[in-house]
Ligand binder design. Structure first.
Ligand SMILES: [Zn+2]
Length: 67
């Protein structure tokens, strides 16, 4: 079996800089320090998946000048 390291990453930007906020009545809330995402959903990804999310985020974050 090959060992795969699973990371918990932000579903928006793929950063692993997630902090668990104090749970309110909605339950667990994660806060991403990279993009300010807040929510209960996080993604369990390996390094490759995390990188793919980050690249996607960077692309979508680019300013377009085609209009
Ligand atoms: Zn994020």
């Amino acid at each position: 079996m090959k060992p795969e390291k699973v990371l918990e990453v932000c579903p928006v930007c793929g950063s692993s800089k997630l902090y668990l906020e104090a749970g309110g009545y909605t339950g667990k809330v994660y806060h991403c320090k990279n993009c300010d995402y807040m929510g209960a959903l996080i993604v369990e990804a390996d390094e490759e998946m995390a990188r793919a999310i980050r690249e996607d985020y960077e692309k979508s974050g680019q300013k377009r000048r085609d209009d």
